[in-house]
Ligand binder design. Structure first.
Ligand code: HEC
Length: 113
């Protein structure tokens, strides 16, 4: 019966979409929950983060981000970005530091807490 099988199919599609969105939410650390990822991407571009990293590490600079390294959770990652902010005199606001760290977490570190 084609009608029934297509109904079942649509139902499981909706269910897997729901599960996928719940998984994505569960993977966002609490401190990045309200981070503005668009702002973070813009700030990473504006502050030449990758340009400087690329000079030291080659490629597109992303080899500097070591998910298996010492930044073992979201708080330490954010702290590192804060440290860069201070050292490099970037004058970023706290929510901007959070936004940048959230983008790096999403693209590289993937910490869940
Ligand atoms: C002037 C050069 C320079 C600029 C600009 C710069 N960085 Fe870095 N960054 C470095 C160097 C060098 C290291 C490696 C330091 C170390 O290993 O102790 C580093 C390391 C890091 C790390 C740690 C990576 C890891 O997993 O250990 C993060 C995160 C980071 N930078 C983020 C940023 C962000 C975000 C920006 C832009 C807002 C930025 N950096 C701008 C030079 C720079």
């Amino acid at each position: 019966m084609p009608t029934i099988s297509s109904f079942v199919c649509a139902g499981s599609l909706a269910l897997s979409a729901l599960l996928a969105s719940q998984t994505a939410m569960a993977q966002t650390p609490a401190i990045f929950k309200y981070a503005d990822l668009e702002l973070g991407r813009q700030l990473i571009a504006d502050n030449n983060c990758n340009a400087c990293h690329a000079k030291k590490f080659g490629g597109d600079g992303s080899a500097i981000y070591r998910p298996q390294g010492r930044l073992t959770n979201a708080g330490l990652l954010r702290g590192m970005v804060e440290q860069c902010n201070t050292t490099l005199n970037l004058s970023l606001f706290p929510e901007e530091v959070t936004a940048i760290a959230a983008v790096l977490n999403q693209s590289h570190y993937r910490h869940k807490d």
